[in-house]
Every structure is written in structure tokens, then in C-alpha cells.
Design a protein around this ligand. Structure first.
Ligand code: NDP
Length: 496
């Protein structure tokens, strides 16, 4: 007899109410590690999403009217609540995301930093006073004859309703960028988490609600991209969308969203260039971290290793040795390095890329297989630009190596795909460092550091098919507010 297990039933937050399933439909969330269901989540409809948007529209006025100090205080409180629940948040990332507990705790901290950063940014984010060129007016008390009567203020105002549509690979960190900075900028925020990983998003909504944001200021609506996501994208009452996900879906959103403000964080295909003067051990370590961190399912992953032909043999030998040491296994053990891929469609893409490389003549030096969703860390040599593993985003633990013979060729190879999120280069020459940093088209170029490195107070985002707009710090505050120019004529008043 099989033992029946009662799965936890999750609820969504719409108009300040926690609801089991507004439409009665649900879907299951699975563990990538065990492939067992772990929770049941409401499958919201178009109508449910419209209700959340209508409530967010009402709440937006309340958030906008809140003194900035109060907004900062609520964000800090949310941070305290999150910290008190950190192990639960990390374990949820392990369960639904398939990260190791070490990676999940790291994601918790990335996610947690946003509460404080957004709270700090509120008070730093303000308008300007611009000088006037108008010549009329003058003569008012204390003013020199011929002076201008115009005063020009440039203010930043909340936009209204901001929607966050997020992917499964950072289920806590990425939604919380939009939630924390969206609220900091004085907007209400609706979160539509990825269907593979909705549980972390539901937890975030619980935290903001407990912190005391007004009813409707934060909603979480779970359900499919084609229904919940599409309703958000086409709604006239959503003013801005922060979408993080695949380039394909992102491009579809640009076609449907009309004149909404869009912040798009899309796919990547990051190269690491290793010059002949590079510190090879550092480059090997950065390549392994770049390719295998969260099983390669990172938009900033090192998807292509471009290695100077003169150091190729040494680099490859050291990378294979390093790869052999990557430990897969129980996600809850501190010394497990790498977990499974998140889902079967993603795993099939990795299989297709590895098989295509094999068929086109590349050499798989290590790995290349998977057991269920656990894919071996894989080193592929003699990769050429026509192969899928070079041209497209693989999103798996694969390190494809391509050789080059000159700096110009390295830059050309780095730029030869449609993506431009992050890139890295290893060299001991300052001249080459600058030429590489300036020549590679990407949102970020890291010199002597892996592609997976970013700092919370620096702008993050892509060029080309990797997206538009910049996240984090003051850059996202700019994107989540409208600029207004206020001109005042101080002479044309009655009470002179
Ligand atoms: P998807 O594009 O498949 O999905 C992202 C989100 O969009 C999900 O919530 C999904 O919902 C939703 N969605 C799907 N279809 C639509 C639609 N028609 N309208 C509106 N929303 C829709 O991406 P993945 O979740 O597979 O994430 C992986 C991708 O994200 C990779 O390409 C990765 O590079 C990229 N990414 C980019 C980052 C960056 O900062 N540049 C950071 C992290 C990831 P549902 O889950 O229900 O299908």
C-alpha cells in the first residue's frame, strides 16, 4: 500500500487577502532533486489577476503618499522579518529551486540586502532645480532688473503599479529586487513568480504584508505566463514591468506591452577570454565557478571559454582536474557543490547542446551525461561558433572551450552572439584589459574575475538581446519613477 502524503496548500495575496485558490484551480510544485511534488499552489486566472491589478491601482496612491521615512522604516522591518525566517527561506530555495543549501543561503543574503539598499536609496533619490533661460520678468523684491521669473523643478514621481515577472533560477533574489525598489520608489507591486518556483515569491509577499505595507500594495499571483503574465503585460493599469526571463518571452512582451515602461533582464551567453599572459590558475577557477555555479543556470554564467591557443593545453588539463572535484549529491550537505537542473525542458536543452557539439566534432573531455535532473559538470573542447553550445544560452553545467590567436579575434568571437549581459577577461596587461573591456559589448565586463561577479551598488543589466534598463541602486530607482518638470512663474501671482 502506498502512503498518501498531504501536500501543503499555498495561498495567493490579492487585495490584502490570502486566498486558497480564487478560481478553484491549482498546480503542483516539484522538487528538482527528488522529482516529488512538494506543494500545491493556486492557478490564478485572468480575472484574479485583474482583481490584483485593480487593488494595486488603489494602493499605489497610498504608497505614493507615504512619507519616504515611513517607506524606509517598513522596508527595514521587512528585512528584520526576513532575517528571522532566513533558514526557512533558504530551505524553500533548495526544495523548489534545486540549489545546494550553500547556494540557497547565499541567495537569501543577496535577496536580503535589497531591503536595506532600497530603504537607503529612498532618501538619496530626489529631483533637481534647473536654471531658466526665459528673459521676461524681473524686478521683484531682491531681484536684479532683467532677471527671470521662471523657476524650474525636476521631480521624480512614483509610476503607479509596477509588475514583477520573475524566473525560476533566482526565486527569492530577483523578485525581491522589484518588490523592494518598486515600493521604495512609491509604487505598489504585483509579483508573478515562475511556475516552477512560486513558493519563495509567496514567502516574500508574507514578509511585506507582515511589515505593514497598505492593503493591496503587494500582491502575489501564481499561475501561468500565458494567462497571469499576459494579463499583466496587456493591462492598461500596469505602468511598468520588470521582466526577468528568457529573451524569447522578453521579446514577446515588448510586442504586447504597448507604451509601458519595461525593464528587461534577459538571457546571457557570457564569454571568459583567457589571454596568453593570464594567471592560468585564477582563470581556471573563475571558469569553473562561472560554468558550474548553480549548475550553470545563471544568466551571468560563463557559457563560452575563449582561450589563447598557446596556453590551451595547460588550461584544459587544469580545468578537467578542477571539474573532477565538483561534488554533486545531497543538497542539504554543506560540502555539496552542485545540484540538479531545475526542470526537464531545461535539461533537454542542455542535452541538445551537448549532443549537437559532439555531432559537429567537438570533444567531450569530461562529463556529458545526466541522471534524472543531475547533469555532470561537463568540459567540451574544440568548440566552434556554429555549435549550439557556442551560439545559444545552454543554461547548464557546461564549459565549452574555443581557441583564438589574437586579441582582435578574441573580441570578435566574444561579440559574435546576439547576447550581451556579462563577460570576463583574464590578462596581466593593463592595455589589453582596457581594450577587452572597451571592445566587448556587454552590460558588465569583469577583468580577472568571473562572469558571475556583480556588486549590489553597481548597475546590472544587458545590451543587445540580453535586455534593456539597469537594476540595483539608483539606476533602478530612476527606471521605476517618472520624471516631471514643474515650471513656476513667480511674478504672475496676485498676492505681490
Ligand atoms: P521564461 O522566460 O520562460 O519565464 C520567465 C517568467 O515569464 C516566468 O514567470 C514565466 O511564467 C513568465 N512568462 C512566460 N510566458 C509569458 C508570457 N507570454 N507573458 C508574460 N509572462 C510570461 O524564463 P525562465 O523562467 O525559464 O528563466 C530562465 C531565463 O531567465 C534564462 O534565459 C536566463 O538567462 C534568464 N535570466 C536573466 C537574468 C538577467 O538578469 N538578465 C537573471 C536570471 C535569469 P511561467 O513560469 O508560468 O511560465
Amino acid at each position: 500500500m502506498t502512503k498518501s502524503i498531504t501536500l501543503p496548500k499555498k495561498r495567493v495575496l490579492i487585495d490584502g487577502e490570502w486566498i486558497d485558490s480564487p478560481s478553484g484551480s491549482t498546480f503542483s510544485v516539484y522538487s528538482p532533486s527528488t522529482l516529488e511534488p512538494i506543494a500545491i499552489v493556486p492557478k490564478c486566472t485572468r480575472e484574479d489577476t485583474e482583481r490584483a491589478i485593480a487593488a494595486a491601482k488603489v494602493a499605489a496612491k497610498k504608497v505614493a503618499a507615504m512619507p519616504v521615512g515611513k517607506r524606509a522604516q517598513l522596508l527595514k522591518k521587512a528585512g528584520q522579518i526576513a532575517e528571522s525566517r532566513k533558514e526557512e527561506l533558504a530551505r524553500t530555495i533548495v526544495q523548489e529551486g534545486g540549489k545546494t543549501i550553500r547556494e540557497a543561503r547565499e541567495e537569501f543574503w543577496f535577496s536580503w540586502i535589497h531591503y536595506g539598499d532600497a530603504a537607503a536609496e529612498i532618501t538619496r533619490h530626489h529631483g533637481e532645480v534647473v536654471p531658466s533661460s526665459a528673459e521676461q520678468g524681473g524686478g521683484s523684491a531682491g531681484q536684479v532688473e532683467g532677471g527671470t521669473a521662471k523657476r524650474i523643478l525636476v521631480t521624480r514621481e512614483p509610476m503607479g503599479v509596477v509588475a514583477v515577472i520573475s524566473p525560476w533560477n533566482w526565486p527569492s533574489d530577483i523578485p525581491n529586487i522589484g518588490l523592494s525598489f518598486g515600493l521604495a520608489a512609491g509604487n505598489s507591486v504585483i509579483l508573478k513568480p515562475a511556475s516552477y518556483t512560486p513558493l519563495s515569491g509567496i514567502l516574500l509577499a508574507e514578509i511585506y504584508e507582515e511589515a505593514g505595507f497598505p492593503k493591496g500594495a503587494v500582491s502575489v499571483v501564481t499561475g501561468s505566463g500565458s494567462e497571469v503574465g499576459d494579463t499583466i503585460v496587456t493591462s492598461p493599469d500596469v505602468n511598468a514591468i520588470i521582466f526577468t526571463g528568457s529573451t524569447e518571452v522578453g521579446e514577446g512582451i515588448t510586442r504586447k506591452a504597448g507604451l509601458k515602461k519595461l525593464l528587461l533582464e534577459l538571457g546571457g551567453n557570457g564569454p571568459i577570454v583567457v589571454m596568453d599572459d593570464a594567471h592560468i590558475d585564477h582563470a581556471v577557477e573563475a571558469s569553473a565557478v562561472g560554468a558550474y555555479y548553480i549548475a550553470g543556470q545563471c544568466c551571468t554564467a560563463a557559457e563560452r571559454l575563449l582561450v589563447h591557443e598557446s596556453i590551451h593545453d595547460e588550461f584544459v588539463k587544469k580545468l578537467v582536474d578542477r571539474t573532477k572535484r565538483v561534488k554533486m549529491g545531497d543538497l542539504m550537505l554543506e560540502d555539496t557543490d552542485m545540484g540538479p537542473l531545475n526542470n526537464e525542458p531545461s535539461a533537454r536543452t542542455v542535452d541538445a547542446h551537448v549532443n549537437d557539439a559532439r555531432e559537429r566534432g567537438a570533444k567531450v573531455l569530461f562529463g556529458g551525461h545526466r541522471n534524472k535532473l543531475f547533469h555532470e559538470p561537463t568540459v567540451i573542447d574544440e568548440v566552434t561558433p556554429d555549435m549550439l553550445v557556442f551560439r545559444e544560452e545552454t543554461f547548464g553545467p557546461v564549459a565549452p572551450i574555443t581557441t583564438f590567436s589574437s586579441l582582435d579575434e578574441a573580441i570578435e568571437l566574444a561579440n559574435s552572439t546576439p547576447y550581451g549581459l556579462t563577460a570576463a577577461a583574464f590578462t596581466s596587461s593593463l592595455r589589453r584589459a582596457f581594450l577587452l573591456a572597451e571592445g566587448i559589448k556587454a552590460g558588465s565586463v569583469n577583468i580577472n574575475e568571473t562572469t558571475n561577479y556583480w556588486e549590489q551598488q553597481a548597475p546590472f543589466g544587458g545590451v543587445k538581446k540580453s535586455g534593456m534598463g539597469r537594476e540595483l541602486s539608483k539606476w533602478i530607482m530612476d527606471d521605476l519613477t517618472d520624471i516631471k518638470t514643474i515650471t513656476i512663474d513667480i511674478e504672475k501671482v496676485r498676492d505681490r
